[in-house]
Design a protein around this ligand. Sequence first.
Ligand code: COA
Length: 184
Amino acid sequence: MKELGTQTITTDRLVLRRFSLKDVNDYYEVIQDPQLYEYISYNPCSSLEETREYLTESIHYDDPYYFFWAITLDGKIIGSISATNVNIFNRSIELGYLLFSSYWHHGYMSEAGAAVFKYLQKIGFHKVVAFIQEGNTSSMKLCERLGMHSDGCFEDEILLKDGRYLDLYHYVIIFNEKNEENKA
Ligand SMILES: CC(C)(COP(=O)(O)OP(=O)(O)OC[C@H]1O[C@@H](n2cnc3c(N)ncnc32)[C@H](O)[C@@H]1OP(=O)(O)O)[C@@H](O)C(=O)NCCC(=O)NCCS
């Protein structure tokens, strides 16, 4: 495994780069977007001060297996993408992402995700997983566009405030798919 950590990635339209404390105001603006929280239950930052604390804790880029990018378009932060919960032994990692809703439906997250997958594959990861709440069809479609598939779900995994339970779907992509190897 290559110990590259979070390095800048440039795509056709985007630059994925490390966060810094200079981003507090811009990131706060993004994560206050209420549309982000229909299917994710947590917003860690309800004030600028909490956003500063969150970013201060999040910016530990000296860890070679820590991946957390600001997604920027023409210099403006429009979202974030991360790969966390690394299992170095199994070479697997979990994807997370959010995009300011004004930028939905333009393919930006698909572009960011594809670039991140290429990067993680280059580092030596075998597998990327994502956990998606029942009903989050935009996120499921995104994962499918990125070449992931669902290999099952955890039933009644999430208890909502109104007492309902929702399933949590597990999505996965395996680089160098075994099936491809078998075909050879
Ligand atoms: C999940 C999320 C990032 C998906 O955003 P998105 O805008 O649908 O995804 P993309 O940026 O890849 O855009 C894809 C859409 O743009 C369209 N598109 C336009 N140009 C495109 C291009 N060049 N490439 C790919 N898609 C393109 C696609 O057809 C697709 O359209 P659709 O939304 O009508 O299906 C967004 O809904 C979000 O931030 N949700 C809240 C946070 C969240 O739920 N995170 C995930 C937790 S599991």
